[in-house]
Design a protein around this ligand. Structure first.
Ligand code: SAM
Length: 226
């Protein structure tokens, strides 16, 4: 899978992809993440990428020309399954969307800034708009990193234990059961006996019950299919 991220702050995106699972996924050749500076496509002599909004009002708007030029340049090189704009008024990111996006080959992600991008970009290039929650960030980079991470960890071979992503929260509409590691007792706080029993049938049953109980308590909406 290939993900191209379009940003005016490329440095902000170096960190999230140069460590741990996302780094390994790229080293193993399972995922390619390319970060593009929108400013490189500005023809303005000051490399300006924003302008005042028509109609007046506070806040600048990201201009159409450099973004359109960059999108069209990338489109001339390959076909994109989705061109995503990160935006607070998009569809809220859920596991089901990450699952679906993990099955495609090429994704472009556009990060906004200021008041957002010129609406004509959204109308004519963007195929999907995604929000990571009902709050406003200063820019789309952190949101793009969240979306990218949630997709890449699902690619076969990225996680060491192949089944691990499947037993995470939200798969099967359930939250994950509690987990423990050594020591078996700390400060008098004991690990549930069943996990030390070696009886994998019982352990599996306990985990299912715990996952269901936790979901009922914390996210009953998942059980109601909401
Ligand atoms: N004026 C916009 C509004 O009220 O909807 C907010 C713009 S915000 C300050 C700048 C950029 O941050 C957006 O264009 C978007 O790319 C990104 N952003 C902010 N909050 C986000 C969220 N919850 N999910 C995804 N992207 C977000």
């Amino acid at each position: 899978m290939r993900i191209d991220i379009l940003t005016i702050l490329p440095d902000l995106l170096q960190g999230p992809f140069s460590d741990s699972i996302l780094k390994r996924a790229q080293e193993k050749g399972l995922a390619e993440i390319h970060i593009h500076n929108i400013r490189d496509y500005s023809t303005n002599k000051h490399k300006q990428v924003d302008d005042y909004q028509y109609g007046g009002g506070a806040g600048m708007v990201m201009s159409i020309e450099p973004i359109a030029a960059l999108i069209e340049h990338l489109q001339s090189e390959r076909k994109y399954d989705e061109i995503i704009y990160m935006t607070p008024d998009g569809e809220i990111l859920e596991q089901a969307l990450s699952n679906r996006l993990s099955l495609v080959d090429n994704i472009m992600i556009l990060c906004g800034h200021y008041k957002g991008v010129d609406e004509r970009i959204r109308e004519h290039y963007i195929t999907r708009e995604v929000s990571i929650g009902s709050y406003v960030l200063s820019g789309g980079e952190l949101a793009a990193a969240v979306l990218t991470d949630s997709i890449i960890r699902l690619l076969p071979g990225v996680l060491n234990d192949e089944t691990s992503a499947l037993t995470d929260s939200f798969q099967d509409n359930l939250l994950s059961p509690p987990v423990y590691t050594r020591p078996p007792e700390y400060n008098g706080w004991k690990v549930p006996e069943v996990l030390l029993s070696g009886d994998f049938g019982k352990i599996e049953k306990w985990r299912e019950e715990q996952a269901l109980e936790r979901t009922k308590q914390r996210r009953p909406d998942l059980l109601n299919g909401e």
